[in-house]
Design a protein around this ligand. Structure first.
Ligand code: KG4
Ligand code: ZN
Length: 332
């Protein structure tokens, strides 16, 4: 069975073809980052319009790469939510229109399930059950995963998501959008002793997170130094280092607690912040020390993409072929 995946929840348009026999056949992606950069964040209206412009050429690209006609598609999976309403509507309208034109069934996929299952696309995928840390721009969650569709929420953030904290702190340092990768690169040149920032909820004895206080701590340090414009490059790097060390410490500690609580020995990281080099280094070191295995998605599948939606759709269909329907009255 060949499933087309359509992702358009935020600022990436992703189209991909996944074959349940042969694996991922192809994927095509367009990131709108350059377009939103000058506004310092995603402009929803612009995002929707760009998805409209990009989707069909990306579909053609994915089909060409896979060397197959659209008629070979068996089902179409699209991101149903969560995400920007207008952006989601574009993906769902395209998926349903294609479904209608090709007479193929469609199914809506939860964006977070796409992220959660994305490490299974790697060359050495984890076996079930595992603990998953989902760290994206909009969510921070720890989950116990026993199989496709068998998810137990163990803990989540009370306020900002980890990616949001990265982006907002980077903005406070004048590092532009999206800030995650920028603040991470800068942190490498920072002195770890210069700024010790708070580790929120580190000792809360549960699996909940809170990152808004950490962002406020960055704001306070920046203000105490006369504002971002007056902070020299080395001090920016020092603040970045203080921030990254704090957030990585909390994420690592909560992952260890979740493994202890569940008794599981496999940890899976998913979502955009899963691309973070310092987080990976910290988790790899902990895995070695505490004898568990840690799995990541391929770097290109950490952030939003169509492959994870095609894959999640295919997994859902393997369990329940009725999950996709010839009902084209899309909803998001
Ligand atoms: O999963 P994702 O693409 O989108 C959502 O579903 O939210 O995650 C995007 C988030 C952004 O906040 C971005 O700054 C962050 O992931 N991110 C990173 C890195 N790469 C992406 N954060 C830290 N370090 C990175 N290397
Ligand atoms: Zn995402």
């Amino acid at each position: 069975m060949i499933v087309l995946g359509v992702e358009s929840s935020c600022d990436e348009t992703g189209l991909a073809l996944y074959d349940t026999q042969r694996g991922l056949l192809s994927h095509a992606l367009h990131s709108q980052v350059a377009m939103h950069e000058e506004y310092g964040g995603v402009v929803p209206e612009l995002a929707s319009r760009d998805h409209i412009r990009r989707a069909i050429p990306l579909l053609e690209q994915a089909l060409n790469k896979a060397g197959m006609p659209a008629s070979a598609i068996d089902a179409i999976a699209y991101t149903q939510g969560p995400g920007l309403a207008g952006a989601l509507l574009v993906g769902s309208a395209i998926a349903c229109s294609l479904g209608m034109a090709l007479d193929k069934p469609v199914l809506g996929v939860h964006h977070l399930e796409g992220h959660l299952l994305s490490p299974l696309l790697a060359s050495e995928p984890p076996e079930f059950p595992f603990v998953a840390l989902l760290v994206s721009g909009g969510h921070t969650q720890l989950m116990r995963v026993d199989g496709v569709g068998q998810y137990e929420l163990l803990g989540e953030t009370l306020d900002d998501a980890a990616g949001e904290a990265f982006d907002k702190s980077a903005k406070l340092l004048g590092l532009g959008y999206p800030g995650g990768p920028a603040i991470s690169r800068m942190a490498d040149f920072g002195d770890p002793e210069a700024y010790k920032l708070p580790r929120p909820m580190l000792h809360s004895k549960d699996l909940m997170f809170s990152f808004s206080g950490l962002k406020t701590a960055v704001l306070t340090v920046v203000n105490n130094n006369g504002g971002a414009a007056n902070v020299c490059e080395q001090d920016k790097a020092n603040i970045a280092r203080g921030f990254v060390d704090a957030i990585v410490d909390v994420l690592t500690a909560k992952c260890l607690s979740a493994l202890k609580q569940t008794g599981l020995k496999r940890l899976v990281i998913a979502g955009g912040v899963g691309a973070n080099a310092q987080l990976r280094a910290s988790l790899n070191a902990a895995a070695k020390k505490k004898h568990f295995k840690v799995y990541y998605p391929e770097l290109e599948f950490c952030t939003d993409n169509g492959a994870m939606i095609a894959f999640a759709g295919a997994m859902r269909l393997q369990i329940n072929p009725q999950a996709a329907q010839r009902d084209y009255s899309f909803n998001v």
